[in-house]
Design a protein around this ligand. Structure first.
Ligand SMILES: [Zn+2]
Length: 235
């Protein structure tokens, strides 16, 4: 997606000043007047409850898969009302829509290895919140995260042998590993939890997300997905 400078300026202006629900989407070319079977969600608490209910269905193998199929696809084809923005890992075992039993038009999902933030990731999260108007942002870590496991090994070896830009990921995840050095318990799980906290702290410094959280327009929540149980544990 190439965003012209004029659109970017407009995006930044609206992102900072707009009240949620009145902002027109510019970069993705949609408006927010979509029909929706479920009642629209306006608060972070309601959005969180819907995610928790979806994950309970998923973990119990009782997924509804209700927002899939032709009818839903047509219903959201002209506009969208996603109710949560989620940052997750690229891990193939943690597909965000599946673990929350949600479908088309429900979630703004951004994924990077270990949930590492860079300009694109942060900008995409800002877009989900400020432009698409989701009242909830979830940062989702997960059990046995390979990205953090590799970072632990690199920190222990005092260097990374990662090639290409993977070294960038290891460097970005290193503070979480260092933060939990000396802690008791599962070192990898501790690092994942620490990383979720550090990512949330970084996102609160965003000039878009921070003010919206302070104004009560968006709720920020950390969470941990257990591969073993299928359950998402919210902080
Ligand atoms: Zn991972």
């Amino acid at each position: 997606m190439t965003v012209p400078a004029s659109s970017r300026r407009r995006f930044l202006i609206t992102a900072v000043s707009a009240t949620l629900g009145t902002t027109l989407v510019t970069a993705c070319g949609t408006d927010r007047a979509a029909p929706q079977a479920e009642p629209p969600i306006t608060t972070g608490e309601e959005a969180l409850r819907r995610l928790k209910e979806g994950n309970e269905r998923f973990a119990a193998d009782h997924g509804l898969h209700s927002d899939e199929g032709t009818e839903r696809r047509v219903a959201v084809s002209k506009a969208q009302h996603p109710f949560a923005t989620v940052l997750g890992c690229v891990d193939s075992r943690v597909p965000i829509e599946l673990v929350f039993d949600r479908g088309l038009g429900d979630l703004v999902v951004v994924r990077s290895a270990g949930g590492v933030l860079d300009q694109s990731v942060t900008g995409s999260l800002e877009f989900g919140i400020a432009e698409l108007g989701t009242p909830l942002l979830v940062v989702l870590g997960h059990q046995r995260c390979g990205a953090l496991d590799a970072t632990i090994k690199a920190v222990d070896a005092k260097h990374s042998e990662a090639e290409g830009e993977i070294g960038y990921l290891v460097e970005a995840l290193s503070p979480a590993v260092r933060q939990v050095s000396g802690s008791t318990g599962d070192r990898l799980a501790n690092a994942v939890h620490a990383n979720v906290g550090l990512v949330l702290a970084q996102l609160r410094k965003s000039t878009v997300i921070g003010p919206l959280e302070k104004a009560g327009k968006v709720k920020l929540v950390g969470a941990y997905y257990e591969l073993d149980t299928g359950k998402v544990l919210f902080n």
